[in-house]
Ligand binder design. Structure first.
Ligand code: ZN
Ligand code: ZN
Length: 260
């Protein structure tokens, strides 16, 4: 909703300024340093590259978490299964985990997360391997309101942030689902945005786009409903430990864009 659109707006502004100052040099061979250009594009721009094996046959996900906010093993297992189900990566999907100290910047704007990514990201596309960066923050989004909080945000073609502290606080509420189930839902949901859902880089094959919440789906129980991102409906969605799955409409969009 508002938070999401605002995050997107900030994101476009920051990407615009980054693209203005960086050379789009395609010639990587023999160049010193790392070419980061391909990983500094807009949200949804790499949807097909993440889904299909036409250009990238493997995926390397770098999860950088602030000390104390490591994702649970159960969430990571579910997350990897979700990715394997939807993508063609014959050479595998690898997840690397690394702890970093707190930035001390909470609550976070997306601009601050962009700065943290620049400081802490070490893995970029290389050869036929596509790289994704996930930052697990020790604080909340600065856009949070009393009853509306952001659990995660995808902000570039291969970048997303998980608000680890917000998830932890949310899981501590009465009747809340298990923390690892919330984590898995948020990781999967935000990756759905990297896959271009809904209508952010991946063309919808049917009418299921949420007109009031950019990038989201209106189908009941679908992983891409906006309630997953903002926590508002996650208690209902994670019913008896069942982590929300993508609905048929969202899956068809991904298949049309090169996914499984
Ligand atoms: Zn979302
Ligand atoms: Zn859907």
């Amino acid at each position: 909703m508002f938070n999401y659109k605002y995050a997107l707006l900030l994101f476009f502004i920051s990407v615009f300024s980054i693209s203005c100052t960086s050379e789009n040099d395609e010639n990587e061979d023999g160049e010193p340093g790392i070419d980061k250009t391909a990983n500094l594009q807009g949200l949804g721009d790499s949807a097909s590259h993440l889904l299909s094996d036409a250009e990238f046959t493997s995926m390397h996900i770098e999860i950088v978490y602030v000390n104390g906010y490591a994702p649970s093993q159960a969430a990571l297992t579910n997350f990897k299964e979700f990715l394997m189900e939807r993508t063609f990566k014959p050479d595998g999907i690898k997840i690397s985990l690394r702890a970093v100290p707190s930035s001390g910047k909470a609550p976070f704007s997306i601009d601050e997360i962009v700065d943290i990514e620049e400081e802490t990201r070490t893995i970029y596309n290389a050869g036929d391997e596509i790289a994704v960066y996930i930052y697990v923050a020790d604080g909340k989004s600065e856009k949070d309101e009393e009853n509306k909080f952001t659990l995660g945000s995808a902000f570039r073609n291969t970048s997303m942030v998980i608000f680890g502290e917000t998830i932890e606080n949310f899981a501590a509420r009465a009747n809340a689902p298990a923390e690892s189930d919330i984590e898995a839902a948020v990781y999967n949901h935000e990756f759905g945005h990297l896959f271009g859902l809904v209508d952010i880089g991946t063309e919808p094959q049917s009418d299921h786009k949420d007109e009031d919440n950019e990038g989201h789906c209106i189908v009941d129980n679908c992983l891409m409903q906006s309630s997953i991102e903002f926590g508002s409906g996650i208690i209902d969605e994670i019913d008896g430990g069942r982590i929300p799955q993508l609905g048929e409409q969202c899956i068809r969009d991904l298949q049309a864009a090169g996914g499984r």
